[in-house]
Design a protein around this ligand. Structure first.
Ligand code: ATP
Length: 323
């Protein structure tokens, strides 16, 4: 329809933002005052997530915006990421509903996930996932991630904290928002001296680890293959109930991963094909890692009999991760 009308409506339209896009972006613009904001659910590196109401229950991610960063580039990046987000429709991805795009109030409105994250299940509640259940979860993650990749979207922050389980159904959140959130205020507030938030490192592929520099997070070489590496870590957490390199200091993890040393699986009592998935996802060379469709295929072919070797604690890991 008429671009001229869009122009007259959009007084703030920016030369850097094409007219067509600016028109369709309007459909996703939610006036901040239309959203009722209730209690804080949690605060992440980049923003605060609140329970809210907008035509029903929603999650509202309010971004911490640095007051001085309002030079247009933040808004452009935000709009760009929203324009990616709005194109996602998949059972295993959180439903994007819209965004508040008027600085300084930048927020993303999504459906409210009802279950708990895999992180809460695995690391806080210490719930055990049978191998069969782990496979079902991994298959759904591969399906959602395969869809994202097919649309050319890299998650960049796949981790158990961003994967919800709602009565057996996987819902992946927080995809594609890395750049804008990294431009926002407070991202290093909870990090260590290197600015690396705890629990982040073990998802980072060797090529990212090797590119880590202070304040250079926007230049990190994320790719489909780095998402696969992160998936490998999620697979390990599901099976072993802990993070790889558990208890080791960041410097040591950085050194090992950067050199191509992997978490040993010697004490992990799982079938060869389960361990092979870990090893191939954690391949040092990005080109040696599989893609999600082939991972899904492998997961679907895992023999059920071997998976059912011990229903309650299928995969045993000895007390400490060995060297
Ligand atoms: P990081 O910022 O490092 O990714 P995080 O994943 O804990 O850390 P957020 O993604 O900002 O941070 O999420 C903050 C909290 O809000 C988490 O407890 C998360 O589980 C919860 N949360 C995020 N999105 C939703 C959602 N759509 N529905 C329900 N809870 C959500």
């Amino acid at each position: 329809d008429s671009g001229g009308r869009a122009d007259s409506l959009d007084k703030h339209s920016d030369a850097r933002w094409p007219r067509q896009n600016s028109l369709s972006m309007k459909e996703w613009d939610i006036p901040y005052d239309d959203v009722k904001i209730f209690e804080v659910i949690g605060a992440g590196r980049f923003g605060t997530v609140c329970r809210g109401s907008w035509h029903g229950a929603v999650a509202v991610k309010l971004l911490h915006v640095l007051p001085l960063s309002d030079d247009g580039s933040l808004l452009d990046t935000f709009k760009h990421e929203v324009s990616i987000f709005r194109k996602t429709r998949h059972e295993n991805l959180v439903l994007f509903m819209g965004a508040c795009m008027k600085p300084p109030r930048l927020a993303i409105v999504t459906s409210l996930c009802k279950g708990m994250t895999l992180y809460t299940h695995i690391h806080l509640r210490k719930d055990k996932f049978t191998a069969n259940k782990s496979v079902l979860v991994a298959q759904q993650i591969s399906q959602g991630m395969g869809y994202l990749h097919a649309r050319g979207i890299i998650h960049k922050d796949l981790k158990t904290k961003n994967i919800f389980l709602e009565s057996g159904k996987v819902v992946i959140t927080d995809f594609g928002l890395f750049s804008v959130t990294k431009l926002c205020f407070g991202n290093n507030a909870r990090g260590d001296s290197l600015g690396i938030p705890s629990g982040w490192l073990c998802y980072l592929a060797p090529e990212i680890i090797r590119a880590l520099r202070p304040h250079a997070s926007l230049l990190l070489p994320f790719s489909k293959a780095t998402d696969i590496y992160a998936f490998g870590t999620v697979w390990y957490e599901l099976l072993c109930g802990e993070f790889p390199f558990k208890g080791q200091p960041p410097e040591s993890i950085i050194w090992q991963v950067g050199k191509g040393v992997k978490q040993s699986l010697a004490n992990m009592q799982a079938s060869r094909d389960i361990k092979d998935i870990l090893m191939v996802c954690w391949s040092y060379r990005a080109a040696d890692r599989p893609d999600f469709p082939s991972l899904l295929n492998t997961l679907q072919k895992l023999p059920k009999k071997r998976l059912a070797r011990s229903p309650s604690h299928p995969v045993h890991l000895s007390r400490s991760a060995d060297s």
